[in-house]
Design a protein around this ligand. Structure first.
Ligand code: ADP
Length: 483
């Protein structure tokens, strides 16, 4: 989820960055072009004015170039006007020598002035516009050189120039502004993109949360709220609802079948057991028949147990296994189970110890189920502990919860098996005989887990092969809603 949101934000920002970059480049190029056009227009106006001024003056005065010694110059009255031109202006004679300069031109360094006057030195001077690098402080200049023919034979032409940096809001300014604005736009775009992605993905998040809450297996009757928008989210919700309905139906039939089958099996099993028990006490039965009857009875007992367990689990799945909750002192329950455990342990050479707090541990529970849960754990502990080992059962409490711990010094559970032990019909060694030295069907821990969770609690296990196992059930003290 987070990834999609991040990816959308990233792509949105990248797309916007590319757009801003393309737009900026186009704007920059266009601005540079029109800035130069404006400059060209300006210098061309100035050049034409100066040209006309020289022509008119020549027409009126006849002679406008005065020569004193080797150097020639424009008549001071005429050059006074040219000096006041605000851009660079050079008037040159036919030898390429400078006759007049505007005031700003005079301020130029000698080498820059030489470079600027160079276009006027060409004998075949024609109207010519271009860019010249003058170096600091002027930088690049845009210039226009024009021939002047109507101002007497001495004057060859004039040149007007102006730094390109003078262009109104020049490209450099534009670039600077864009570089300043671009990060702000991008950060803004990133935030807007994140918000957009978040808003459009929120319905998906809601659907995911709801599906997660439903998919615990016991809430399949619930359905997702279908948005009224009729968009893709509504279709998704409808599709998931359809799937939930089908799942509920299949789960329902499966649970019903298991419950019905277990229930139907109970009576014939009872009849079978009664028959075998009667046959066992019948006088005069040969010993070999007695032995096989014994084995049959063991199998029948095993099967009855399995059918009982299956029925419990099937009812729990269907939500038809209500707890008969009443407040009781758990110490009594523990002592009761410990007594049974003591007797079981004695038979197989396993010692049993238990510990309970001094003060009463009162909790509202289903006594029968909690007893069943504890018995499951201690019988397992005894079953999987070799002769000479020990099993301990302890009860503790704190402000929030009650903890029941069953510890054994038995064979332990391999780390790879730990995640599976609460699964139905799972046994560490399936090859082991169901009636052999460690009989069982692999349903005890599944029921134990259900009982712990039905009381709002949890069960955890720690174990090391050869070192024993510790099963811990934690039950909350706060009243829980019971399924
Ligand atoms: P089972 O009827 O086989 O005892 P459970 O559901 O009670 O079925 O236990 C599942 C499996 O978990 C057992 O087959 C056994 O491999 C393992 N197991 C349970 N408790 C212990 C224990 N105290 N020590 C070692 N293994 C255990």
């Amino acid at each position: 989820m987070t990834t999609i949101r991040r990816r959308l934000t990233l792509w949105y920002t990248v797309a916007l960055a590319v757009t801003v970059l393309a737009f900026g480049t186009a704007l920059y190029l266009e601005r540079r072009q029109s800035g130069i056009k404006e400059l060209d227009h300006r210098i061309s106006l100035e050049a034409d004015l100066a040209h006309r001024w020289l022509g008119e003056s020549y027409k009126v005065l006849g002679r406008i170039v005065t020569s004193s010694g080797a150097s020639a110059a424009l008549d001071p009255g005429i050059s006074a006007y040219l000096e006041s031109v605000r851009d660079y202006l050079i008037v040159a004679d036919t030898t390429g020598q400078v006759l007049a300069l505007s005031e700003v031109t005079r301020a130029l360094p000698a080498d820059a002035l030489e470079r600027l006057a160079a276009p006027l030195a060409r004998p075949d001077l024609r109207r010519h516009i271009g860019t010249l690098p003058l170096g600091p402080p002027s930088g690049d200049v845009r210039f226009l050189a024009i021939p002047v023919q109507d101002a007497g034979p001495t004057i060859r032409g004039l040149l007007v120039a102006t730094p390109t940096a003078q262009a109104a809001f020049g490209p450099a300014d534009l670039l600077r502004s864009m570089l300043l604005i671009a990060p702000i736009i991008l950060v803004g775009a990133g935030l807007v993109g994140y918000w957009l992605a978040d808003t459009s993905l929120r319905p998906v998040q809601t659907i995911m949360d709801e599906v997660e809450a439903i998919s615990d297996g016991r809430s399949l009757h619930r359905r997702l709220a279908v948005p009224l928008s009729g968009d893709e989210m509504a279709r998704l919700a409808l599709t998931v609802n359809g799937m939930l309905a089908r799942l509920e139906q299949s789960f329902g039939s499966l649970h019903r079948f298991t419950a019905d089958a277990s229930h139907e099996l109970k009576t014939p099993l009872m009849v079978l057991r009664a028959g075998v028990e009667r046959a066992l006490v019948h006088p005069g039965t040969p010993p070999e028949i007695l032995q096989s009857l014994d084995e049959t009875l063991a199998q029948i007992n095993q099967m009855t147990e399995m059918v009982e367990s299956l029925l419990t689990l099937a009812r729990a799945d269907e939500g038809r296994a209500p707890l008969a909750v009443e407040e009781c002192d758990l110490r009594e329950l523990v002592a009761d189970v410990a007594e049974t455990a003591g007797m079981l342990g004695e038979g197989v050479g396993v010692t049993e110890v238990h510990s309970v707090p001094q003060t009463a541990v009162r909790l509202a529970v289903d006594r029968g189920r909690i007893r069943e849960m504890l018995l499951n754990m201690v019988t397992n502990a005894i079953k999987y502990t070799p002769q000479g080992g020990s099993v301990s059962l302890s009860l503790e409490q704190d402000d929030e919860s009650v903890t029941l711990t069953v510890r054994d010094s038995g064979i332990g559970i391999a780390p790879g098996d730990l995640p599976h032990i609460f699964e139905r019909f799972w046994r560490a060694d399936p090859a082991r005989s169901r009636t052999g030295d460690r009989p069982g069907v692999g349903l005890g821990l599944a029921i134990t887990k259900w009982i712990a969770e039905a009381h709002g609690g949890s069960i955890t296990v720690q174990s090391r092969p050869g070192r024993g196992s510790v099963f811990t059930v934690r039950l909350p003290k706060a009243p829980v809603s019971v399924s």
